[in-house]
Design a protein around this ligand. Structure first.
Ligand SMILES: *[C@@H]1O[C@H](CO)[C@@H](O)[C@H](O)[C@H]1NC(C)=O
Ligand SMILES: *[C@@H]1O[C@H](CO)[C@@H](O)[C@H](O)[C@H]1NC(C)=O
Length: 552
């Protein structure tokens, strides 16, 4: 079976938009009225550096030029198409009835951040004249999660940055077409939806990350429209997951849509699992830390990760996150470790650091009684500013960045889709990490590819902002240079590299939408002036993140 890899990520900015709200408190575990009715000047407090981090102008501009190289090729060859194939210079759509703005809508907020007015004007004109969600997806082509994070998330970000109501109108239209997927016995969303007929497409199993990576977008829409329906649909999902929890507080990657239980499946921070953990923290931050239920779920899950999944290699002492395979007997409690880490897992390093400085912040001088929103952490955090858990998460986050960077020590400087680590079971390996099935001159295994993914660049952006340490800029620049050297096509666009450990490289004919909307965005933000997107600022900022999943 062919593996189709999909990935998403949006930067979702919750801007100060005044909304008139009229919710009454409901008996859900999280209460929309607290956050939705809050004053807009109640900002999320994220660490404030003593001195603003300023731009590295030549590097920042080189990244903007890369965005233009990628976008202009798409615009020339495939404007309006959902996906872009830069070697054959063509576009394809998810539905045979036409596109839903997959690439364009996803890329708009990056254009606005980069100040690319001409590109933005043309993209906005396309949205104005051509975007429609009246697309028949008979062949199961609209994935609920991908459509939400790339298109709904893209529209909301575009709206926050531009204040153009056209984006909000489209967002409401799209969300209303997606809503029927939540009409299941459990409340878990169906995997696919036909946007034209507004029907979810039944499937026995639901990916955990997919079900739990819709909340930021739908909740933001609830806030913008004043309509709590969007909140309650996605909040219900969190309640179902909370009820299904295992003793380890880790989440297997599949759930049953009918009864809302976990299905016998792997536990991993990679494909189909990743953004469950990421969104726990981001939901807590998005709601201005007014929802202890997300904090509790986040803290419990991080404790489970520390207890069961954090590993260290024997020689180089590299930190990585292993996976668990369900064992015999009662699979809910019996598991075997697999020493394998998807590139996707590298999001966790930055997420742990962000969590440490927010959820894990002490009041300063040990005064833990200070309300969460008034806690400040220095850049970088000083001794005593973090709780014990916060310090634990910070330390592992910092070590994981190094582990992820170690997987960039390849012939290209790019990291593979999946890395294996040396352990008791495979002591025959010479290196502490390796690519399964790779051999010199052999056909490249699936694991060896780099598909322009953003997880490490997001982590480096967060790490740089929270520390001000230029080592993270140096890492990010190394990745950018490797992308320029090996993934850039002279005829326009960038393509997936099939084997990161062989030069010269071969490409696959695909430029993923997340390269424009995430990878280049985080690289840009790492080298831009901090004021372009202050993490501590008003309008308050929620970084949504990227989740990715691999589907069979
Ligand atoms: C994809 O959809 C867009 C927008 O509807 C359309 O302009 C384009 O022709 C379609 N491309 C293909 C290959 O069908
Ligand atoms: C909120 O949105 C839902 C879904 O679109 C809709 O059915 C409902 O009428 C809306 N409620 C209000 C008060 O506008």
């Amino acid at each position: 079976m062919r593996r189709r890899t999909i990935q998403y990520l949006v930067l979702l900015f919750v801007a100060a938009v005044s909304t008139h709200l009229y919710f009454s408190a409901q008996s859900s575990s999280a209460d929309p009225s607290k956050w939705l009715e809050e004053d807009d000047d109640d900002d999320v407090q994220i660490p404030i550096p003593q001195r603003r981090l300023s731009a590295d102008v030549p590097k920042r501009d080189a990244i903007v030029a890369a965005f233009q190289h990628a976008w202009s090729a798409y615009e020339r060859d495939a404007m309006g198409a959902d996906e872009y194939h830069p070697i054959s210079h063509r576009g394809t759509n998810l539905s045979h009835t036409g596109g839903i703005g997959y690439t364009i809508v996803d890329a708009i907020d990056t254009m606005l951040l980069m100040g690319l007015h001409d590109e933005y004007t043309r993209a906005a004109a396309w949205v104005r004249t051509s975007l429609t969600f009246d697309r028949d997806g008979r062949s199961r082509c609209f994935n609920t999660f991908e459509t939400t994070i790339r298109v709904l998330g893209g529209l909301l970000s575009a709206y926050h940055f531009s204040s153009d109501p056209m984006y909000l109108t489209h967002a409401v239209d799209l969300a209303d077409r997606i809503l029927p997927v939540f009409d299941t016995p459990s409340g878990l969303p169906l995997t696919s939806v036909n946007l034209a007929t507004r029907r979810g497409i039944a499937d026995a199993l639901v990916s955990t990350a997919e079900a739990t990576t819709l909340q930021l977008e739908f909740r933001d829409l609830a806030r913008l429209t004043g309509n709590a329906t969007y909140w309650h649909k996605v909040e219900k999902v969190m309640e179902v997951v909370e009820r299904a929890r295992l003793p380890s507080n880790l989440a297997p990657i599949s759930m049953n849509a009918d009864d809302g239980s976990f299905a016998r499946s792997e536990i991993r921070l990679g494909s189909r699992g990743d953004s469950y953990y990421e969104y726990l923290l981001k939901q807590y931050l998005q709601t201005d830390r007014t929802e202890p239920v997300y904090l509790k779920m986040y803290e419990d899950a991080m404790a489970g990760i520390h207890t069961h999944l954090v590993q260290t290699t024997p020689t180089q002492k590299l930190a990585y996150i292993a996976e668990l395979m369900p064992g015999g007997g009662d699979w809910r409690t019996s598991w075997t470790l697999h020493h394998k880490q998807d590139h996707l897992v590298c999001f966790l390093a930055g997420s742990l650091m962000l969590g440490a400085t927010t959820a894990g912040a002490r009041g300063g001088a040990g005064r833990i009684s200070i309300p969460p929103k008034e806690r400040h952490v220095s850049v970088p955090p000083k001794a005593g500013e973090l709780t014990d858990r916060g310090q634990r998460d910070w330390d592992v986050g910092v070590r994981l960045v190094e582990g992820c960077m170690e997987t960039h020590r390849t012939a290209t400087g790019l990291s593979p889709e999946i890395a294996q680590f040396r352990s008791q079971e495979n002591t025959g390996e010479e290196r502490d990490w390796f690519i399964k099935g790779w051999r010199q001159g052999g056909p490249p295994p699936y694991d060896a590819r780099y598909m322009l993914r953003p997880e490490t660049t997001e982590t480096l952006f967060i790490a740089y902002r929270l520390t001000g340490d230029t080592r993270y800029r140096a890492y990010a620049w190394g990745i950018f240079e490797a992308i320029e050297k090996h993934a850039r096509l002279p005829g326009g666009g960038y393509a997936t590299v099939l084997d990161v450990d062989t030069v010269p490289v071969r490409h696959e004919d695909k430029q993923e939408t997340f390269f424009l909307s995430e990878t280049l965005k985080y690289l840009f933000l790492t080298f831009a002036d901090e004021d372009v997107l202050p993490l501590d600022g008003a309008p308050h900022t929620i970084l949504d993140t990227g989740a990715v999943l691999t589907m069979d």
